[in-house]
Design a protein around this ligand. Structure first.
Ligand code: HEC
Ligand code: HEC
Length: 450
């Protein structure tokens, strides 16, 4: 049938149906899909990957011939990316001696969200950073008595000493499969969180309370945070630029090298990596192979079922946004119990007392005790566990899940010994990729010194 054979009202109806169709598809698209499916995995040219690998393994020196600026430093934590990322092959996690000391300052009126890293090393002894030095820059705010006048009566209140410096040791995460995580759409994470919220509200109306509260999406510049223990970056390339600047003191075209704590006026050199080098480094990291789930036997298949029925999979969601076996929802949770009422609750909430009139953290910023659900793929090859590496075994990592995960941990504890062992043997099937490359020079993993 040709369009010209239709009566005017027929044409109007056809156009009307057309619009209706488009509206239905658009509504379905925005409510029920994660956006475009991932058709191709991360890819890059072989020459870019090879150049990136060289930069990842290179042991940088001050005024390095490969750098376009001043090379390593002025402050740094190691001499190469591979020095920390090596467990289970090139790009893996690292041991606790490579942990990084990060800090947050809660008392700067001019810059309420000061945070950074206390670097282990410096190219010049003058600029060496220490925790003591950081504390000297941000001393304890001494206890004081404030008097508030409430019309008739004056009330005095003593505010105890307040230490504005918060520190955490942070463990190196494995990078296998990060290029796939980069492809997970924001919509997938947002939709998952929204749907869990809706299901939870529906259950609550029937007075059936869900055991695990819905985690928080972290919104950062550029979208939903997916990378880092605090979900602090939305894209892999931003994280790589920050790692260059903070871990090795290498500036890139987008992020300047870290400045020594005691010298905020230290002038940054020209970017150490040019655009092409930086693109190659990102290409290498994003094409690192993804972890695998080893074939299940009877015990591990049973353990996988228990992983779901015990409630682990509520947060460690097996497939997200088209990426299979990633085991994370990329949301923030608190796995610490709240402090008993009346105690200071330092780490749990950690805001300055209101009487100090200091800026408080914005709602979107994670609290000190909030951490992103880490992807569990490759977990069998990335001990020790948790953000600070404080859990030497998978069993101890599970036992440290309190707070938002408390009821799930109770269910785990109530399992028979053989069921617990089955669940752990399932986690043992989540392995680093067998095709991960070995380090060209295993000696790079020894601790750097000046
Ligand atoms: C001194 C040890 C150290 C060095 C050197 C280091 N990293 Fe890391 N890396 C870490 C730690 C610790 C984390 C976790 C940081 C966090 O989550 O806040 C991390 C996390 C990452 C992540 C985020 C992974 C994710 O899924 O969240 C990327 C990407 C990364 N590093 C890339 C690099 C690159 C590229 C280099 C070299 C330029 C490098 N790292 C050098 C310790 C190191
Ligand atoms: C409420 C959400 C939630 C539930 C439920 C939950 N987890 Fe976790 N899991 C997390 C978070 C958040 C972390 C990171 C905490 C940290 O680093 O301090 C984590 C960390 C882990 C780690 C360490 C991973 C690493 O790379 O260091 C393992 C292993 C783990 N969980 C297994 C489990 C198992 C098994 C269960 C079920 C018995 C479970 N989790 C239930 C949120 C959850």
């Amino acid at each position: 049938m040709r369009l010209s054979h239709l009566s005017p009202s027929g044409v109007r109806r056809l156009v009307g149906f057309g619009f209706l169709g488009i509206t239905v598809v658009a509504a379905y698209w925005s409510f029920f899909t994660d956006g475009f499916p991932i058709l191709w995995g991360p890819s890059a040219s072989a020459s870019e990957i090879a150049e990136g690998r060289e930069l990842f393994e290179h042991e940088w020196t001050p005024n390095d011939p490969l750098a376009h600026g001043d090379g390593l430093g002025p402050v740094f934590n190691a001499r190469s990316c591979a020095a920390c990322h090596f467990q289970g092959g090139l790009g893996g996690g690292g041991a606790t001696e490579h942990n990084v000391l990060s800090y947050e300052i809660l008392s700067r009126l001019d810059d309420p969200s000061t945070h950074g890293v206390v670097h282990n090393f410096s190219t010049d002894p003058q600029t060496k950073e220490t925790l003591g030095g950081l504390r000297r820059l941000h001393p304890i705010i001494k206890s004081r008595t404030v008097v508030t006048n409430t019309g008739q009566c004056a009330m005095s209140k003593t505010i105890p000493d307040f230490d504005p410096v918060r520190t955490e040791t942070i463990q190196t995460t494995a990078l296998f499969g990060v290029g796939w995580i980069d492809l997970i759409s924001d919509r997938a994470i947002l939709r998952h969180a929204r749907n869990r919220g809706i299901r939870q509200a529906a259950r609550e109306m029937q007075l059936e309370f869900d055991d695990v509260p819905v985690g928080r999406v972290r919104h950062v510049r550029g979208g939903v945070g997916k990378f880092g223990w605090k979900a602090q970056f939305a894209t892999l390339s931003e994280f790589v630029a920050a790692a260059c600047a903070n871990e090795l003191g290498l500036g890139t075209p987008t992020v300047a090298q870290a400045k020594p704590l005691s010298m905020p006026q230290h002038s940054a050199s020209a970017p150490d990596l040019d655009r092409k080098q930086f693109r190659s480094l990102v290409a290498f990291v994003k094409t690192l192979p993804k972890p695998v789930e080893a074939e299940a036997d009877q015990a591990t298949a049973h353990g996988k079922k228990l992983f779901a029925t015990t409630g682990c999979a509520v947060c460690h969601v097996p497939d997200m946004g088209g990426v299979k076996i990633v085991y994370s929802d990329f949301l923030l949770y608190t796995l610490e119990d709240p402090p008993p009422p009346g105690s200071s609750g330092d780490r749990y909430d950690s805001e300055p007392p209101p009487e100090l009139l200091l800026p408080t953290r914005s709602e979107n910023e994670p609290k000190p005790a909030e951490w992103k659900t880490p992807p569990l793929w490759g977990v069998a090859d990335s001990a020790p566990y948790l953000h600070d590496g404080s859990a030497p075994t998978l069993h101890s990592a599970i036992m440290k899940h309190q707070g938002d995960a408390k009821t799930v941990t109770e269910k785990f504890k109530a399992l028979s010994a053989s069921d617990q062992a089955a669940l752990l043997s399932f986690l043992g099937t989540l392995k680093a990729p067998p095709e991960a490359s070995q380090l060209s020079n295993p000696a790079v993993t020894r601790l750097a010194s000046r």
